[in-house]
Design a protein around this ligand. Structure first.
Ligand code: NAD
Length: 260
């Protein structure tokens, strides 16, 4: 039997109980990587889905807004598997409001979870990657790391921040086997986006189906949602030797959104 491409590696994916994180975790597991899962909500169902791919899975419930819990998660991952080889910073939340009405606590939570958590995971996971002279850090940013939309000031600030952070980490490790890149999805139909579609349907007294079509029509020329499976496949590519010299990119998977 041929060896899978990530056999023997360990991938930690934050926010992997749902949506994109779960899709990425499954794609990496399908290539043989053991998985450290994280996130809220149902754990057993997604954990079983990943385990069915024949890898070991450990769950850590760290709240990504709590630096000390993040430190513990990286330490527990190292205890379970030796070290983290692939770090996917994916956990994220959204809140929609004009800036003058934006609740300050929501701003703080979005910056902590969508941006600062990646600093904390990276600073704790990086030394072992540097020692091994191999590592992959993949930050799930967004088209909102490259362009803005109204009502999303905190999210846009955090995502632009993580694109900048990605470049700095990539440069600091540019002569090593550790790469750091960002993936910038457009609309992906996950619970995070479903909430926005439902709110729009309710506010505009439209069907959920019409709200979905309008959402895509406004921004995403392909008129198709990007899927967690497509993003997982890109993450697998970024972990491959073909991507050894892909460093500091912010790679759109957005159906043409940012090409306009
Ligand atoms: P989702 O709501 O399906 O999943 C978010 C995950 O993050 C869940 O596992 C959740 O439990 C976890 N999470 C939330 N707060 C957390 C916290 N404090 N600590 C630990 N885990 C926490 O959303 P998704 O759409 O899959 O989003 C995943 C990432 O992709 C986010 O960073 C999001 O900004 C980004 N993204 C999503 C889209 C999209 O259209 N869905 C587009 C671009 C970027």
């Amino acid at each position: 039997m041929s060896q899978k491409s990530l056999q023997g590696k360990t991938a930690l994916v934050t926010g992997s109980t749902s949506g994109i994180g779960l899709g990425v975790a499954k794609a990496l597991a399908a290539e043989g990587a053991n998985i450290v899962m994280n996130g809220f909500g149902d754990v057993d169902g997604p954990k079983a889905e990943i385990e069915a791919l024949g890898v070991k899975v450990v769950y850590h419930g760290a709240d990504m807004s709590k630096p000390e819990q993040i430190e513990d998660m990286i330490a527990q991952a190292a205890k379970a598997f030796g070290q983290v080889d692939i770090l996917v910073n994916n956990a994220g939340i959204q809140h929609v409001a004009p800036v003058q009405d934006f609740p300050a606590e929501k701003w703080d939570a979005i910056i902590a979870i969508n941006l600062s958590s990646a600093f904390h995971t990276t600073r704790h996971a990086l030394p072992a990657m540097q020692k091994a002279n191999w590592g992959r850090i993949i930050n799930i940013a967004s088209t909102h790391g490259l362009v803005a939309s109204p009502q999303k000031s905190a999210y846009v600030a955090a995502k632009h921040g993580i694109v900048g952070f990605t470049k700095a980490v990539a440069l600091e490790n540019a002569t090593s086997g550790v790469t750091c890149n960002a993936i910038c999805p457009g609309w992906v139909l996950t619970p995070l986006v479903q909430k926005q579609i439902d709110a729009r349907a309710a506010a505009e007294k439209k069907s959920v189906d019409d709200a979905k079509k309008e959402l895509l029509g406004e921004k995403q020329p392909s008129l198709e949602f990007t899927t967690p499976e497509e993003l997982g496949a890109l993450a697998v590519f970024l972990c491959s030797p073909a991507a050894n010299n892909v460093r500091g990119v912010a790679w759109q998977v957005d159906g043409g959104w940012t090409a306009q």
